[in-house]
Design a protein around this ligand. Sequence first.
Ligand SMILES: [Zn+2]
Ligand SMILES: [Zn+2]
Length: 133
Amino acid sequence: MPKGTGRCHCGATIFKFDPGTVRWRGICHCEDCRRASSAPMVAWFGVPADAWRWLGDAPGARQTSPSVTRWYCTQCGSPLGYASTRWPGEMHGPAAALLDQGDYAPTFHCYVDEKLPWVQIEDGLKRYPKAAE
Ligand SMILES: [Zn+2]
Ligand SMILES: [Zn+2]
């Protein structure tokens, strides 16, 4: 499996990044990520925006708040990326979209304050009530 490659569910949109540039890997429990993906939590990893590129069909981009842009496949709707003015110059990629799904295992949970009541965190990873420090 090529490292540093991910795709949407239908395969129309692909992303690539330089695997050597991954800065962090974490699971987000915020309501925003949950609603945007209809999932109980989302595993993200962060890379410099200039280490990231899109291939195949261009993704759609949606501004979900004044500071946040989320990308998705225009064919199948898979969420494929996140950026915020809070983390300038950084792209957040969804770990579950990677071709090799074992890559970039998360090392922390963030926004645990917003976690669903039926989600049990028992993996021993560090937890942040809000954003990771
Ligand atoms: Zn797709
Ligand atoms: Zn989130």
